[in-house]
Ligand binder design. Structure first.
Ligand SMILES: [Zn+2]
Length: 474
């Protein structure tokens, strides 16, 4: 049976991928600076006989590895960026950084890159063993957290090499993702004024900090008049200095806004810019702005997602070890009740109430949730969205952490090299490789996936302007 074949292939090399994931965890690098991590993945790709191309879309740490020929061409998406300031010791049940202020893998991306690679290698081994035609492509996708590099990669045609794309994310429960999400756009606004002595000659100064503050106040008023579901947030990049007796001649803000789709996002952008222009006008300062990253909303391919649901159902529970359960028992003590309740709330959408209650009391979610074709929306964003406009895409979430653990928390970093993480990651690789193997084994299914995409997905209008190459924003 296909399931047994794929499981055996993934298991036969699992040490390679657990070790790879651990080494990436040990060398946490923020987006666009994932030099160690991308090299580590490329080394395994080459060892496994893949042909590697680097520097895709003008991004130093974007790459792809290709094996085989012909169709279907199956793409696996892998990430490897860490989060700034999230350093945390492994397997610790309290917050203690390895090195204060350093990055850490708070979103499990060490697992994502290694897990997707385990799936790609298992599929390659399967095609080779069975003498089947087809191409396996591993896409190394940098800076998911900050610069959303899949978008410029999609804009520049990188994913056109694949017929379908498959990916996953670490989570506290396992299920296929069938809901859409929000678009996301990040912009930097810089104000330039004129410095002066704040007491002796304030009339000679023009405050960039005033402009930044008025811009933010203007945005609070704009919020009432934008469509439901939109989100606008900001952070200060530069407050102009620390001397209150100086009129600040520079200030910079980092804006992040979301909408239901690219059209709504494109309509919101000039309205935000007009508020910034107004603030500059009021303060007689100058304003410059630029889009630094953008993401489309995710549109799942339902035929492919359903196939992934079947793969998950056939594979059944993850089968966590005693070590994994023991760690989950200890970790649960550190997770606030409110976080666990929030996580348990969604069970009612998948399960009868008795079963939902039973699972809500478990510290570790071993069994996947049943497949459900939702048409709802997650109030978050992912750059997988842009891939989903270009090629039919499916993604799942798989348990790699104690129930109730929140992404971007120290608990996730702490569990990133644990048995829970390793066992979940290997399971995710099996789900992804089995999904791909099912598509390859069934030409009618492949045709259904492709024709659904052609029929349902609007033409891709990339939200990231032409020519913008992502950079680290500071
Ligand atoms: Zn993430």
């Amino acid at each position: 049976m296909l399931k047994e074949k794929i499981s055996l292939l993934v298991d036969s090399k699992k040490e390679i991928f657990c070790d790879l994931s651990d080494r990436i965890w040990d060398h946490p690098e923020i987006g666009l600076e994932e030099f160690y991590s991308s090299e580590a993945i490329i080394k395994v790709l080459k060892d496994e006989g893949f042909t590697v191309e680097t520097g895709l879309a003008g991004i130093g740490t974007a790459f792809k590895g290709t094996w085989g020929t012909g169709h279907p061409a199956i793409g696996f998406l892998g990430e490897y960026d860490a989060l700034a300031g999230m350093s945390q010791k492994s397997m610790s049940t309290f917050q203690e950084p390895v090195e204060e202020g350093c990055p850490g893998h708070g979103c499990g991306h060490n697992l994502l890159g290694a897990g997707a690679l385990a799936a790609a290698v298992a599929l390659k081994d399967h095609l080779e063993a069975e003498g089947l035609p087809g191409t396996v492509i591993y896409f190394g996708c940098p800076a998911e957290e900050t610069a959303s590099c899949k978008t410029p990669m999609a804009r520049d045609g990188v994913f056109n090499a694949a017929d379908i794309a498959i990916t996953w994310h670490s989570a506290d429960k396992s299920r296929v993702v069938t809901e859409t999400c929000l678009t996301d756009c990040m912009m930097v606004f810089r104000f330039k004024g004129k410095s002066a002595h704040a007491a002796a000659a304030p009339h000679l100064g023009r405050s960039a900090l005033d402009a930044a503050e008025l811009f933010n106040v203007g945005i609070q008023y704009l919020r009432e008049h934008i469509p439901d579901g939109c989100r606008i947030q900001y952070a200060y990049l530069d407050v102009g200095g620390q001397a209150p007796n100086v009129v600040q001649n520079r200030a910079a803000l980092y804006y992040d806004y979301r909408a239901l789709d690219n059209k709504m996002s494109a309509e919101l952008r000039p309205r935000i810019i007009r508020v910034a222009e107004g603030a500059a006008h009021m303060t007689e300062t100058e304003m410059e702005c630029e889009v630094t990253s953008a993401m489309s909303n995710y549109v799942p391919n339902m035929a492919l997602s359903e196939t992934m649901g079947e793969a998950m159902e056939e594979l059944g529970p993850i089968g966590f070890s005693k070590e994994a359960y023991d760690l989950a028992d200890r970790m649960t003590e550190t997770i606030p009740e409110t976080d666990i309740k929030e996580s348990a709330a969604s069970f009612r959408e998948f399960l009868e109430s008795d079963e939902a209650e039973r699972r809500a009391a478990l510290h570790l979610q071993d069994e996947p949730l049943p497949y459900k074709a939702f048409v709802k929306r997650e109030m978050a964003s992912t750059d997988v969205g842009d891939v989903s406009y270009v090629v039919p895409t499916a993604q799942c979430k798989v348990t790699t952490e104690t129930f109730g653990s929140q992404l971007h928390s120290w608990q996730v970093v702490s569990q990133g090299k644990s048995p829970i993480a390793h066992e979940g990651m290997i399971y995710a690789a099996k789900v992804m490789a089995l999904t791909a193997a099912k598509v390859i084994a069934d030409p009618d299914l492949f045709e259904a996936v492709i024709s659904e995409h052609r029929k349902n997905i609007p033409a891709y209008d990339c939200p990231l302007p032409e020519g913008i190459i992502p950079k680290v924003v500071r």
